[in-house]
Design a protein. Structure first.
Length: 220
């Protein structure tokens, strides 16, 4: 049997459910080892294909996806998993353009195959919370015309949106009013060309405007 299902019932209710789907046995075992050693994570299944893992998946699960497939087939696999309500983190080592394609297919983020254990755990935690994540080495440089026209404040707000902050949370973090946040977001949406928050998040990731270290208080 290729898929190894795990009984998660004995683990605490607060534990994050993580599945590993990968066609490289060595890398798959390494990912499993990290998950099993983390006290707040529970491995739900380890499988070499999406079909083998699906029966053990639940909405909200984080799926680490490492499949060496043609781009169209990989996009289909991502869409299939995202359609089940899972948060898909795709492991990549190829061109940066792969990131954009994975995100368009429905991935929550992309993680470098050379990432260390600490980065992996951060990515899983963010994905489980519904936040996007892309390894810095995979992020596209901010050379797009639209990204170049963003003000410093708009970039700050876009970064916080990508980190999952609410409008109220952004206002508190930056020490500005919620009305001012709404005004900045309206201008951002006009520049990006979409009203949806998820599209703002994807725009931020595609242009390397990714969440940085969180601060305890508002910016000066």
């Amino acid at each position: 049997m290729n898929a190894d299902a795990v009984n998660a019932d004995a683990v605490g209710a607060d534990a994050k459910r993580v599945a590993v789907v990968g066609d490289c046995p060595l890398l798959r075992r390494g990912l499993v080892g990290v998950i099993e050693s983390a006290p707040d994570l529970v491995l739900t299944v380890s499988a070499q294909s999406v079909a083998e893992a699906e029966g053990a998946l639940e909405p909200g699960d984080v799926v680490l996806l490492d499949l060496q497939l043609q781009p169209s087939l990989l996009s289909a696999a991502i869409g299939r998993l995202a359609g089940r309500g899972t948060e898909v983190l795709v492991l990549r080592s190829g061109p940066r353009d792969d990131v954009a394609q994975a995100m368009r297919a429905g991935a929550r983020g992309c993680l470098s195959r050379q990432a260390g254990e600490a980065e992996l755990l951060v990515a899983i935690s963010l994905a489980a919370a519904g936040c996007a994540y892309v390894s810095a080495v995979l992020a596209l440089p901010p050379d797009d015309e639209v990204a170049g026209r963003l003000t410093d404040r708009e970039r700050q707000i876009l970064e916080l949106v990508a980190g999952g902050e609410t409008d109220h949370g952004i206002a508190e973090r930056l020490g500005i009013s919620e009305h001012t946040v709404h005004s900045h977001l309206d201008r951002l949406r006009d520049k990006v060309g979409s009203r949806r928050r998820v599209d703002l998040t994807r725009f931020a990731i595609m242009h390397a405007i990714v969440p940085k270290e969180r601060h305890d208080g508002p910016d000066a």
